[in-house]
Write a protein that binds this ligand. Structure first.
Ligand SMILES: [Fe+2]
Length: 162
């Protein structure tokens, strides 16, 4: 075997090794992407289920949440948020009021002015939203957004009782 041929065979072995490594990496990447896609589907199913529960409990709040999501995404795109930030923003907008599930109907749907106790029950809904969302680790960031959705930049809460 000539020196030139040996060099050629050696190059083929290295090249084959690289191919095997690359194929293995491609398989891992494909498997990882499939897992990410599956995880995203599960999250979307969870999101739809939670929203359906909200719609059953309080159709007005469901519609409000859908509108908040629409306008939040428009604003988020306008200020240049990336896809991941937009995803979290949309989930936060959709679920910010999910804690209202824990507010009694007699308070949530009361057409007249709330008593002090009723107002306190209503005021707890952002914390309840966070509690509900924290149960799903994928929604950690969303839970934080929901928890503070009635706070202003000066840390005062709205709506205030007047
Ligand atoms: Fe709210």
């Amino acid at each position: 075997m000539s020196k030139k041929t040996k060099k050629h065979e050696s190059a083929e072995v290295i090249s084959l090794s690289e191919v095997v490594t690359n194929v293995a990496l491609l398989n891992l990447t494909k498997e990882n992407n499939e897992l990410k896609l599956e995880q995203k589907k599960i999250c979307e199913m969870a999101a739809r289920t939670i929203l359906h529960a909200l719609d059953c409990k309080d159709h007005y709040t469901y519609g409000h949440s859908m509108r908040v999501a629409y306008f939040s995404l428009s604003l988020g795109r306008e200020i240049g948020l990336d896809e991941e930030e937009l995803y979290d923003l949309e989930l936060a907008a959709l679920f910010h009021d999910i804690g209202k599930i824990g507010v009694p109907d007699s308070v949530l749907l009361k057409p007249s002015r709330l008593t002090e106790d009723e107002f306190l029950a209503m005021k707890a809904h952002p914390s309840k939203s966070a509690e509900i969302l924290e149960g799903f680790t994928h929604f950690d960031k969303v839970a934080k957004y929901a928890k503070h959705h009635h706070e202003r930049w000066d840390r005062k809460r709205i709506p205030r009782r007047s």
